[in-house]
Design a protein around this ligand. Structure first.
Ligand SMILES: [Zn+2]
Ligand SMILES: [Zn+2]
Length: 254
């Protein structure tokens, strides 16, 4: 009995040493551009390259799944140097699968209250593994903390190239002068006049945010009468229903 226990302790300490080494390696790859990642109880669950849909185009990003956070960054030198570190608390994350659509295959949405985006794996198996591991980490965390899953998710931004004309007035052609803007509530690409208004999206940001005219109308009527209504946008994401709320942050890839 005692021997078994000692064995187990040994394995745990070996595992935790290996884990600490792996985390230190991730830290060193980000260098001074990242933040310290080692914390008691934190385990590196997996890592890999995923294609992240950014505002302009899809870009490869290195992802690290820990048991409590998801970290990703730009690849400067594969397996050696990363920068532009982003850290997402898993408690706020929910996922939804995307149907394959032409060149965009094996994708899913990573949604949080402040930021939501699509990622794509190289194969269907990788997609299934990533989604299963992330979901398990999230549900383990929520079970431990007793918290509920986040209900409001930021809008997924429609990529710039999806449209040449404003998605609100359907008239304005985008040019170097007529620039694209994103509605922080629905994620659609709209022209300046169709997104000239801002509105408070309270649980998302302390400042008023740019929204399109339809969202402004809808939100100003619901905000005076009651809680924020969650609307849905059927867009480029293969018919997946995207919960619409806010993206108060500057797009990471622009
Ligand atoms: Zn317009
Ligand atoms: Zn909108």
């Amino acid at each position: 009995m005692v021997e078994e226990l000692v064995m187990k302790l040994d394995i745990d300490s070996v595992n935790s040493e290996a884990n600490a080494r792996r985390i230190a390696m991730v830290e060193s790859c980000f260098g001074t551009s990242g933040q310290p990642l080692h914390e008691p109880g934190r385990v590196l669950v997996g890592e890999g390259v995923l294609t992240k849909m950014c505002r302009k185009k899809p870009k490869p990003r290195q992802f690290f799944l820990f048991n409590d956070i998801l970290v990703y960054g730009n690849i400067v030198l594969n397996k050696k140097k990363y920068n532009k570190q982003h850290l997402i608390p898993l408690e706020e994350v929910s996922l939804s699968s995307l149907e394959d659509d032409g060149q965009f295959r094996n994708g899913w949405l990573i949604k949080t209250p402040t930021k939501s985006f699509a990622v794509y794996a190289a194969t269907a198996t990788e997609k299934a593994e990533w989604m299963a591991h992330i979901s398990k980490c999230v549900s383990d965390l929520l079970r431990k903390s007793g918290k509920k899953a986040a209900e409001n998710h930021a809008a997924v931004w429609v990529p710039d190239k999806e449209t040449q004309v404003c998605m609100h007035c359907k008239k304005t052609q985008f040019t170097l002068i007529n620039r694209r803007h994103h509605c922080r509530n629905c994620g659609r690409v709209v022209c300046g006049p169709c997104s000239s208004k801002k509105i408070m999206l309270q649980h998302q940001s302390s400042k008023p945010l740019r929204v399109c005219l339809s969202c402004h109308d809808e939100l100003s009527s619901t905000q005076s009468t009651g809680p924020l209504k969650t609307s849905t946008y059927r867009g480029v994401w293969g018919g997946t229903r995207v919960c619409v709320s806010v993206w108060p942050m500057i797009n990471v890839c622009s």
